[in-house]
Design a protein around this ligand. Structure first.
Ligand code: ADP
Ligand code: MG
Length: 267
């Protein structure tokens, strides 16, 4: 049962190696996110941010460790399909929009998990569904684009449709993989503010990845540094210091095991 104290997200030593890869993309990652908390996962390209979020979406079977979302344990081999988890909203880099459908229909699709299966099959959404959709379109500044087909929108507009779809779902936990990466700084700021302030208003938690320390600092309560699949630090946003950032983005160090032993001249 979910209680107020149940973490929104809990990972215990979660590891994963992509098929064909020699190194682990995630190496014993442990992380707990409280209800209502906004956490940024910060790290350079290849750190494992997308892997972590895709794993939580059930896209990567065969991981090790234990993970639960909103009090429900995830199965390493068989995750619940996304539409059966309406309390968890996802914003992914590939967006997953239906190109031939309108922006509004794409946003309305965010309500599928909240509508009885038979009704949604026939496109019979409730008044609540339509109201949540219109509100999300408006909040994301794309009400005027509602009727436009998704494949006729710019990259930034498509990103806003994906964010609106997630917000329309009214999730308790939002997992977002670089949600504003293809937007200009002003737009990125206003949408990050929107996602985090709506989440805060509703007591929802947010875990978003970013490679930009300033975005993480401004919008998260807590920042988790991920480097080469390992958690390098886990700090309050206010506590993040320059040394931690420099360490996170420093050129990859040679793994200790691969370093030659110092030649001491002693056999
Ligand atoms: P980030 O999102 O932080 O840039 P990723 O999670 O995409 O990092 O990648 C983490 C590691 O996993 C990298 O070493 C990357 O090369 C590897 N990786 C990611 N996706 C795949 C894949 N589909 N197949 C093989 N290796 C992958
Ligand atoms: Mg990524």
């Amino acid at each position: 049962m979910t209680t107020a104290r149940t973490p929104a997200l809990h990972l215990n030593k979660v590891s994963y190696r992509h098929p064909g890869d020699t190194a682990s993309a995630l190496d014993a990652v442990s992380l707990s996110v409280a209800p209502g908390e906004v956490v940024a996962v910060l790290g350079p390209s290849g750190a494992g941010k997308s892997t972590l979020l895709a794993l939580l979406d059930g896209q990567l079977p065969g991981w090790a460790g234990a993970a639960s979302v909103l009090g429900h344990a995830l199965q390493p081999e068989r995750a619940l399909p996304r539409h059966l988890r309406p309390d968890t909203g996802f914003i992914f880099q590939d967006l997953g929009l239906v190109d031939r459908a309108s922006a509004r229909q794409n946003v309305l699709n965010g309500r599928l998990g909240r509508t009885p299966a038979a009704a949604s099959l026939f496109g019979r959404f409730t008044l609540d569904d339509h109201q949540a959709t219109d509100q999300a379109l408006q909040d994301c500044g794309i009400a005027d684009l509602a009727g436009r087909r998704a494949d006729q929108l710019s990259g930034g507009q498509r990103q806003r449709v994906a964010i609106a779809r997630c917000l329309a779902q009214q999730p308790k936990l939002i997992l977002a993989d670089e949600p504003v990466s293809s937007l200009d700084p002003t737009r990125a700021d206003s949408l990050m503010r929107l996602i985090t302030s709506l989440a805060r208003d509703r007591g929802a938690s947010v875990v978003f990845s970013s490679h930009q320390p300033d975005i993480a600092r401004r919008f998260a309560d807590r920042i988790v540094g991920l480097r080469a699949g390992c958690i390098a630090f886990d700090t309050s946003a206010a506590g993040l210091n320059e040394a931690q950032i420099a360490g996170l983005y420093a050129e990859a160090a040679v793994a200790p095991a691969a370093q030659p032993l110092p030649d001491t001249g002693v056999a």
